[in-house]
Design a protein. Structure first.
Length: 187
């Protein structure tokens, strides 16, 4: 488990334990300590602003392994939006794209492994969101009765982890990352 930050935190591993980057590089957005997947590191303040400001909505695809046999009704509820608690206030999520992943994605082994129960299915669903509230995917799957066991951010716009392994870092030029994120270099 690695915190998606460079600043030290007693007893916890951070990005600084794995990557040597310039002091002005920081993660755009965060993954909670129990989540995995794509994280963009940059020193581009414009990119940071565009990715973190809600009015510049962009797609983020998550793979969530959930506890229980997901129903079509549950997927439909996710697609319409569900009500979750955000900082003590009830919030209706925006409609999203949601689907059962079949076949299940091939993903690296997780350490520590998720809870496994022989008689209860643990299927994978994909959620594509254009908003990013704190722990939103976990709260959404819990709201439909299927708590998240494992969560992977698979994609931000056209940047994916398809060819990556945990701990990999791929450097992209400013032009390349803006193109993949569907952003204009002039805005």
């Amino acid at each position: 488990m690695v915190l998606s930050q460079f600043s030290a935190q007693e007893g916890k591993q951070t990005l600084a334990d794995f990557f040597n980057v310039p002091k002005d590089v920081y993660p755009v957005g965060r993954l909670d300590a129990d989540s995995e997947g794509l994280l963009i590191l940059t020193n581009d303040t414009t990119l940071n602003h565009r990715l973190l400001t809600p009015s510049f909505a962009h797609e983020r695809a998550y793979w969530a392994q959930v506890d229980g046999q997901v129903t079509n009704e549950a997927i439909a509820n996710l697609q319409k939006g569900v009500t979750i608690n955000v900082d003590g206030i009830m919030y209706a999520t925006k409609p999203c794209k949601a689907s059962l992943l079949s076949p299940e994605p091939i993903v690296p082994t997780r350490t520590p492994p998720i809870r496994f129960r022989k008689d209860i299915p643990a299927p994978w669903i994909q959620l594509i969101l254009t908003e990013g509230k704190n722990r939103q995917v976990r709260k959404m799957t819990a709201a439909i009765g299927f708590p998240t066991l494992r969560l992977i951010r698979h994609r931000i716009e056209n940047i994916t982890i398809d060819t990556m392994q945990p701990g990999d870092m791929i450097e992209l030029s400013k032009a390349a990352i803006y193109k993949k994120l569907l952003l204009s270099l002039t805005t």
